[in-house]
Design a protein around this ligand. Structure first.
Ligand code: GAL
Length: 653
């Protein structure tokens, strides 16, 4: 449990570096990420390198025993490179090249950009590989940020055609897989296939899905290019990338296999403000963030790189990029940090050391004001450093969670491509399931469909249109309850309806078929009745054909929750609609009870998370909360009375 900070020596006079480093160390910071946007200073003209300033910056940090996380500068190709090689630019769906003047303007498929990447990363790795102060390398910065995974450049199209030829072998196979007989979309050879944009109405969903898969693989192979070079020059060093919040443009599970550490950038207030959540929720949590948002990503990214993960950028105050940018409650930065540690983060690093007085992010706060005075979060970081020193020895290692929630990036793409209803979103539904489990005080691992599930006590598959055979076999072998959510098993690999109807191969787990689906108007709900109480269901309703008795039905008698098996508590459940939160929690509670899991009754806005023998509690409300039966515990931090945005931790008996 270490603290870090993001620092831009190139933004400040060199005379300030030594004092900055001394203050960082005095504040309890141990890791400093630098250089991820510094290409124009490292190589101001082609092949004219200026390493000396970076050498001195690293030396200034090392003089205070700070560990450097060195970023490769590839998110910001400099002007001379763009002018010399305009083919490196990404192209938008309207065919326009992205312009120089911000960042992330390159195309992942550009062969020229890949060779320029190899060149700069190799030079950097030659110089700093093995440097005793360099503890880790960050590849690039936030792949996909500003919606930059997909590019429609000529280079991307060329690579896509090769990718298709490799995948399908013959163009006839591609035509069959995509169903191109429909609307006379058949191709005579791979070179006739275009990127799926600028069509009159929607392009073929199978074509779009393959393009998303292709673009995702381009990001992964681009990252691997960098990682391979760094490993060659700096064997054994940790390689990390900083992912984003709720960004699903590429498969992070796939990319994470080439990293040692998955990191993510946590901006709870900006994310809430930019989210789909209704205004009253945004207002209630505007200075704390939504109670499940950061946790969701902690649990997601822990599953992206074999368990090792960091928060690379933690919001320290108002950001500059959301529709409204309020300040966190006093103490909130500390609470966010502790929550990350409760979920198993190795490092939490703040963005940024000092607020920049110039350029795009001058309204983004840091730990210090532009003049160098402390901003409010600095005192919270200082407090944290003291608490970590005192409490860390008593805080045990993270443990495996009881509940696995299976999450797939491809599922997001599939339902984004063909949502079949404006208010259906796979991501929001997954989040609703996650929140329901968290409200019951359960610890959750968010895992990929490829992950082994044998050690979990309950498995939730909220929505997985393509159920891979290995996962179906894995689920069939479990002796714990499994919940399958709507639209699971509803598509084949080629984006077709399975021959046996949805839920396709999952019918081997529970005998039912979906014969019709309805998306519901946003202003309409179905009434559901459970144990004589009425609830609402939104967005989606499936017509289920089965001999199983319904556990729950609409007021008109349409069954929406079915269960099968159940010997040794290992029932398989299918949920055919989107219940309101209270009811979803009830369903989860029922299944958790089958799993033999103890659930908690928590005050609204309060969440728990356990690390082996230590229980953490977090109050996301803007008002104080007292924990029931909270007296008499062995508190490491705080007490049963949680202040607004506060936290506590206690030893479990
Ligand atoms: C992140 C990015 C940083 C900075 C920050 C501002 O997305 O990685 O470079 O822009 O946002 O909140």
């Amino acid at each position: 449990m270490k603290l870090g900070v993001c620092y831009y020596p190139e933004h400040w006079p060199e005379s300030q570096w030594a004092a900055d480093a001394a203050q960082m160390a005095a504040l309890g910071i141990e890791y400093v990420r630098i250089a991820e946007f510094a290409w124009s200073r490292i190589e101001p003209r082609r092949d004219h390198f200026n390493w000396q300033w970076l050498d001195r910056a690293i030396a200034a940090l090392a003089a205070h025993d700070l560990k450097v996380v060195l970023g490769t500068p590839t998110a910001t190709p400099p002007k001379w490179l763009v002018d010399a090689a305009p083919e490196i630019l990404a192209v938008d769906a309207g065919g326009r090249p992205r312009r120089f003047g911000s960042r992330r303007h390159y195309c992942f498929s550009s062969r020229r950009y890949r060779s320029e990447t190899s060149r700069i990363v190799t030079h950097m790795a030659e110089r700093y590989g093995g440097h005793r102060a360099v503890a880790a390398w960050q590849t690039d910065n936030e792949y996909g940020c500003h919606d930059t995974t997909v590019s429609y450049s000529a280079e991307a199209l060329r690579a896509f055609r090769l990718w298709l030829a490799d995948k399908y072998g013959t163009v006839e196979a591609l035509n069959r897989a995509w169903g191109n007989v429909f609307w006379s979309m058949e191709y005579g050879c791979f070179d006739e296939v275009d990127a799926p944009c600028a069509t009159v109405t929607e392009a073929n969903p199978a074509h779009r899905l393959d393009y998303r898969r292709f673009c995702s693989e381009q990001v992964a192979s681009y990252n691997r290019l960098q990682a391979d070079i760094i490993r060659r020059y700096h064997p054994g060093v940790d390689i990390v990338h900083n992912f984003m919040g709720f960004y699903t443009g590429f498969d992070h599970h796939r990319l994470g296999r080439d990293l040692d550490i998955a990191a993510w950038d946590s901006y709870p207030l900006g994310f809430l403000e930019q989210s789909w959540l209704p205004d009253p929720v945004k207002r209630d949590f505007m200075r704390q963030g939504h109670p499940d948002f950061a946790a969701f990503h902690h649990d997601l990214y822990r599953g992206c790189s074999a368990g090792r993960w960091w928060v690379m950028e933690q919001q320290p105050g108002p950001v500059n990029w959301a529709a409204n940018n309020p300040a966190p409650l006093p103490g909130m930065v500390r609470t966010w940090t502790w929550e990350a540690f409760a979920h198993g983060a190795e490092v939490v690093s703040y963005f940024r050391w000092r607020q920049a007085p110039f350029a795009q992010e001058q309204m983004h706060s840091g730990l210090h004001l532009p003049n160098g005075d402390r901003d409010t979060a600095a005192a919270e970081v200082e407090q944290l450093a003291g608490e970590l020193a005192a409490a860390a020895p008593a805080v045990p290692a993270p443990r495996r969670s009881d509940v696995a929630l299976v999450y797939s990036y491809e599922a997001e793409w599939m339902l984004d491509i063909q949502p079949q209803g404006q208010s259906f979103s796979a991501g929001r539904w997954v989040y609703a399931c996650y929140s329901a489990l968290r409200e019951l005080g359960l610890d959750i691992d968010i895992v990929s469909p490829q992950q082994a599930l044998g050690d979990y006590r309950m498995v939730v598959v909220p929505c997985l249109p393509l159920a891979p055979p290995a996962l179906v076999a894995e689920l069939a072998g479990l002796a714990v309850p499994v919940l399958l959510g709507m639209r699971s098993g509803s598509k084949t690999e080629s984006f077709q309806i399975p021959a046996e109807l949805p839920p396709g191969p999952l019918q081997t787990l529970i005998p039912l078929r979906i014969t019709r689906v309805e998306s519901l108007r946003p202003d309409h709900c179905e009434t559901l009745v459970l144990d004589g109480v009425s609830y609402r269901a939104h967005h989606w309703l499936e017509w289920v054909d089965t001999r199983l008795p319904a556990q729950m039905a609409t007021a008109t008698g349409r069954g929406v929750w079915y269960s099968h098996g159940g010997e040794n508590g290992a029932a398989v459940h299918y949920l055919a609609t989107w219940p309101e939160p209270l009811l979803l929690r009830k369903v989860m509670r029922h299944i958790a009870a089958q799993a033999g899991l103890a659930v908690a009754e928590l005050p609204a806005g309060v969440r728990l998370r356990r690390r082996a023998g230590v229980q953490f509690a977090f109050n996301y409300n803007a008002h104080p909360v007292s924990l029931a039966q909270g007296e008499g515990r062995d508190y490491l931090l705080g007490s049963a009375d949680l202040p607004p945005g506060g936290m506590a931790a206690w030893q479990l008996p």
